[in-house]
Structures are given as structure tokens and as C-alpha cells.
Ligand binder design. Structure first.
Ligand code: TXA
Ligand code: MG
Length: 317
């Protein structure tokens, strides 16, 4: 069983030995390995049971270091990096050959980000290589926002989980790429669209894909609990029933026992709701209920990304 602790030196030693460890970030916990070592990267895919067509994000501690892994940074990418790193933003940039094919699934661009977490930034500064890290959950399941979530699902397969407390943002990073058509968002996430547009102007959003996705987070069924989840139309309540769970924004529904409901933010704060989203979904998933209902969030700020996750979680495999 994985050891859970706050010892950066210990985490670094496992990583230098080619092993994979759980790491905290502000978005969700990652399953990290040496991004420049194909064997370590293979271990990440194996532990996650992840298809190899799904490329990984490379994590480093500064924009300066990103130049070691990419051949160019377009002006809007640099502006975004300067505005939001460290933070919940991933940039797709043309890769250098030092990044193994396995990391990018053979794609010409590599996803990079500088995460905003003191322990993980110290770890990255201490290591002579960047870390490839997908979210530390089995492929297709809800992302982990605590060290315990990682231990519950992957603890038997990894030696160490660096415990940085509950993730402060709670949604995976927003992914932005740059091509002839200009900046494009490929995954809505912890950095809201309006914050991005405030820096670089209008961006296109292309977060849906049926086959051969640029990002499997684009797959229609993803981020899903084991129980069927029904995303309610706005303003609608679930039918009264006993064996159901409900995820609500501010107030519980009538007709469902209160211990089977989880409130995202009683005061109606979308950032607080995002921080609670995945932990609440996990808690609901482990209740003795047959089906989960979720109320949609207001379409503003992080509400768009949360509704995106709930929509994908509601698609049956
Ligand atoms: O917040 C996050 O981004 C977290 C933390 C741990 O940093 N990581 C994360 O990784 O969510 P993952 O692997 O669960 O999701 C990364 C997404 C995938 O959908 C993947 O397909 C996409 O990023 N991606 C990675 N590299 C890509 C590339 N070169 N081109 C297009 N999409 C890419
Ligand atoms: Mg993931």
C-alpha cells in the first residue's frame, strides 16, 4: 500500500529511481513519473489502465524551463503563461525531440503546465527532469482531489503519495492550443474562459470529439462515477425516491433524504462548488443508492466547466 506523506525528498527519490508517485496540484492529484524516461511513462499508462492514444501533460516549475521541451511559444501562449502560471492552464506547444513519443502519443505538440502547489513546485525544482502526470484515477473515472482518493484507487500500485491537502481549484486545467485559426480551448477547466479572453481576446472552443480525440477528456463519456448519473434540465427536480442520491448547487431537493444529497456551495459560490465537485460525486457514488441526479450549475465562470464534466459523467458507456 502506498505511503502517504509530505516528504519531498522521498518523493524525489522514488521518481529518480523511475517509479511513479501521486502528487498534489491545485487542480486535481496527478500520477507522476519522469517525463523524459519512456519506461516511467509506460508505468503511468499501466497503473492508470490508460489507452496509449491518450497523451500526457508535462509539468515543470517555470516558463523558462518550458523552452527545453518546446520549439516555439506563440505570442498569445506566452501572454497566457505570464498571466496564469503557476496555475490551472495547460498549453499545447510544438515539442522538441527530448519529449518521448509516448508522452504525446506521437502528436507534434506537447501539453505543458506549471502547477500552482508549493510542495509540487519544490519537488519540480529539486528534480533534473519534468514530470508527466495525468490525473491519478483509473481511466474514465472521477479525478482525485485528495491524497486519500488516490490511495483508495491506486494505492496498491504506487510506493508514495505526496499529500498536499485538498486540491484548491478542484477541476482539471483548461487546455489551450494554437493553430492557424488562432487560440482554441480543447478542454474547459479550472481557468475560466472569460479570464483567458480578458488577456488574449476571443478564443474558439472545441471540446467535443467522437472518435480519435485530440484530448480524451473530449470523449463524450469520461469523468464518470460508477452509478448512473442523470443531469437534470435547469429548474427540474428528481422524482421523490429513497434509493437515489443528489448533487445540488445551493439547496437540497425535497423528497430525497438529506443524507443522500451533497450541496456544492450553500452560499452559491462557483469556485467553492468546483472545489467540492469531485469529492461530492465520489461520496455519492459510494452511497447505497441506485442512481444519482445532478443539478446543472449556472452558466458563468467555472459553471461551464462543471456542466461539461457533469454532462460527460452522465453519458452511459
Ligand atoms: O489539471 C490537470 O491538467 C491534471 C493535473 C494532474 O495537472 N492533469 C490532467 O491530466 O488532467 P489528464 O491526463 O487526466 O488529462 C490531460 C488531457 C487529456 O485529455 C489528454 O488527451 C490531453 O490533456 N492532452 C495531453 N497532451 C496532449 C496533446 N499533446 N495534444 C492534445 N491533447 C493533449
Ligand atoms: Mg484525467
Amino acid at each position: 500500500m502506498a505511503e502517504i506523506g509530505t516528504d519531498i525528498g522521498r518523493a524525489a527519490a522514488f521518481l529518480q529511481a523511475g517509479q511513479v508517485v501521486g502528487i498534489p496540484t491545485e487542480t486535481v492529484y496527478g500520477l507522476a513519473g519522469n517525463a523524459l524516461d519512456p519506461d516511467a511513462v509506460l508505468s503511468i499508462f499501466r497503473v492508470k489502465n490508460r489507452p496509449s492514444f491518450d497523451p500526457l501533460i508535462v509539468h515543470t516549475d517555470s516558463l523558462e524551463k518550458v523552452f527545453q521541451f518546446v520549439s516555439a511559444i506563440p505570442a498569445p501562449a506566452r501572454q497566457l503563461a505570464q498571466a496564469f502560471w503557476p496555475g490551472p492552464l495547460t498549453l499545447l506547444l510544438p515539442r522538441r525531440s527530448v519529449i518521448p513519443d509516448l508522452v504525446t502519443s506521437g502528436l507534434p505538440s506537447v501539453a505543458v503546465r506549471v502547477p500552482h502547489h508549493p510542495l509540487t513546485l519544490s519537488l519540480l525544482r529539486a528534480l533534473p527532469f519534468p514530470l508527466a502526470a495525468p490525473s491519478a484515477n483509473p481511466f474514465g473515472y472521477i479525478s482525485p482531489t485528495t491524497a486519500q482518493h488516490v490511495a483508495d484507487q491506486l494505492g496498491g500500485q504506487i510506493p508514495y503519495i505526496l499529500d498536499g491537502g485538498p486540491a484548491q481549484v478542484g477541476l482539471e486545467s483548461t487546455i489551450v492550443g494554437f493553430d492557424e485559426q488562432g487560440p482554441t480551448v480543447y478542454r474547459l477547466g479550472g481557468l475560466a474562459l472569460d479570464q483567458i479572453e480578458a488577456i488574449i481576446g476571443p478564443v474558439s472552443v472545441r471540446t467535443h470529439s467522437t472518435s480519435n480525440p485530440a484530448a480524451p477528456g473530449m470523449l463524450s463519456s469520461h469523468y464518470a462515477p460508477r452509478k448512473p448519473l442523470i443531469l437534470l434540465p435547469p429548474g427540474q427536480s428528481p422524482p421523490p425516491a429513497d434509493r437515489v442520491g443528489a448533487l445540488v448547487f445551493r439547496e437540497p431537493f425535497g423528497g430525497i433524504p438529506s443524507d443522500r444529497q451533497r450541496i456544492l456551495s450553500p452560499v452559491g459560490n462557483l469556485n467553492e462548488a468546483a472545489k467540492n465537485l469531485f469529492a461530492h460525486l465520489r461520496a455519492l457514488d459510494s452511497l447505497p443508492v441506485d442512481v444519482l441526479y445532478a443539478e446543472p450549475l449556472p452558466n458563468q465562470g467555472l459553471g461551464f466547466a462543471m456542466n461539461d464534466r457533469l454532462r460527460r459523467a452522465s453519458v452511459r458507456k
